[in-house]
Design a protein around this ligand. Structure first.
Ligand code: UTP
Length: 274
C-alpha cells in the first residue's frame, strides 16, 4: 500500500553540540542502536521497504550504516560477536536505501521537497528519527498506514502537550471524528501559548500524499525564514483533507537532551534488559 518512507536527516542538530559537530545526531545511540535505525525498523514494521534519506554535509555515517561493512563482517564471521550484527543485517535484508542531498538547510518543508526525486508520485511515510516512538502493539507508522487505507489523505501524528510548550511544535485544531482522530481545519507552526489553536502538537510521523510536492513548491518561507511543512499541510487541509491522529504509544523527543536521556532509560529498562 505505502512502500516508501522519507527520512529528512539534513538538520544540524545544534542542541546536541558538541556531540553533533562531526557526527549526525541521527546516529546518536539510544543504548546500542542509532536513532535512525529505530525509525527504519518502525517503517519496515509498517510494511514499507524503500527508505529514502534526505541527507546533508557531514551525514555520511548514515549512508555507511545502511550498507555492508565487509571488513567487519569478515573479522567477526563465525565468532560469538556475530550476534551483535543481527538487527542491522535484518534491516538491510528487508529494505532498499536511497539518498539525496539537501544542499542548503531551508527547513523541513524544503527537505521534503528535496526528497521528491526519491519518492515520485505516490503516497509516502515521513519519519523524523529524532522523535523516537515506542509501542508494544502496532508501531505508530503501522497505525497510520491503517488509517490511510480508510481516508486516503495526508495524516499527521499528534500528541497533547502542556500549553506552555506549544512554541516547540506545529499545533492543529480540527473537528473530532472520534476519540483521538481529527479532520484538521487549522495548523500553526510554533505558536505562542496564547495564540495556539489547541494543545495538540504534531510530532515527527506523517503520511503524505504526493500533491504535497506541488504545494511545497508554492509555499513561501514561513516561521524562521524556513519553508514549513506545517504551512503546506494547512493548504492541503483547506483544499481537501488532512487527518490528525493521536497515536497509541510513547514518544521521546530525542532532539533534546532531556528527551534523549528519558528514551535511553526507557529502552534500557523495558527493551534492552527485558
Ligand atoms: P529540527 O529543527 O528538529 O532538527 O528539524 P535540527 O535542525 O537538526 O536540530 P536543532 O534544532 O538544530 O537541534 C526536524 C527534522 O527535520 C530535519 C532535521 O534533520 C530533523 O530530523 N531537517 C530540518 C532537514 O532535514 N532539513 C532542514 O533544513 C531542516
Amino acid at each position: 500500500m505505502i512502500n516508501k518512507c522519507l527520512f529528512p536527516v539534513a538538520g544540524y542538530g545544534t542542541r546536541f553540540l558538541p556531540a553533533t559537530k562531526s557526527m549526525p545526531k541521527e546516529m546518536l545511540p539510544v543504548v546500542n542502536k542509532p536513532l535512525v535505525q529505530y525509525g527504519v525498523e518502525e517503517a519496515i514494521a509498517a510494511g514499507m521497504n524503500q527508505m529514502a534519506f534526505v541527507t546533508g554535509r557531514g551525514k555520511r555515517a548514515i549512508t555507511d550504516h545502511f550498507d555492508i561493512s565487509y571488513e567487519l563482517e569478515h573479522q567477526i564471521a563465525g565468532s560469538a560477536k556475530e550476534g551483535y550484527l543481527t538487527s542491522i543485517r535484518g534491516v538491510l535484508d528487508q529494505a532498499t536505501f536511497t539518498m539525496t542531498r539537501q544542499r542548503e538547510m531551508k527547513g523541513l518543508g524544503h527537505a521534503i521537497l528535496t526528497g521528491e526525486t526519491l519518492i515520485g508520485n505516490e503516497p509516502f511515510g515521513v519519519v523524523l528519527s529524532d522523535d523516537l516512538c515506542i509501542n508494544a502493539g502496532d508501531s505508530v507508522m503501522a497505525q497510520m498506514v491503517n488509517l490511510y487505507k480508510q481516508f486516503r489523505c495526508s495524516i499527521v501524528a499528534i500528541q497533547e502537550v502542556p500549553q506552555d510548550q506549544t512554541e516547540k511544535y506545529g499545533v492543529i485544531s480540527g473537528e473530532a471524528l472520534k476519540e483521538g482522530l481529527y479532520r484538521v481545519d487549522d495548523m500553526v507552526e510554533k505558536p505562542k501559548p496564547e495564540d495556539a489553536p489547541s494543545n495538540l502538537a504534531i510530532i515527527g510521523r506523517y503520511i503524505l500524499t504526493p500533491d504535497i510536492f506541488d504545494i511545497l513548491r508554492d509555499t513561501p518561507p514561513g516561521k524562521g525564514g524556513e519553508v514549513q511543512l506545517t504551512d503546506a499541510l494547512l493548504t492541503q487541509a483547506k483544499n481537501g483533507c488532512v487527518m490528525a491522529y493521536q497515536f497509541e504509544g510513547s514518544r521521546f523527543d530525542c532532539g533534546s537532551v532531556d528527551g534523549f536521556v528519558e528514551a535511553t532509560n526507557h529502552v534500557y529498562q523495558h527493551i534492552y534488559k527485558a
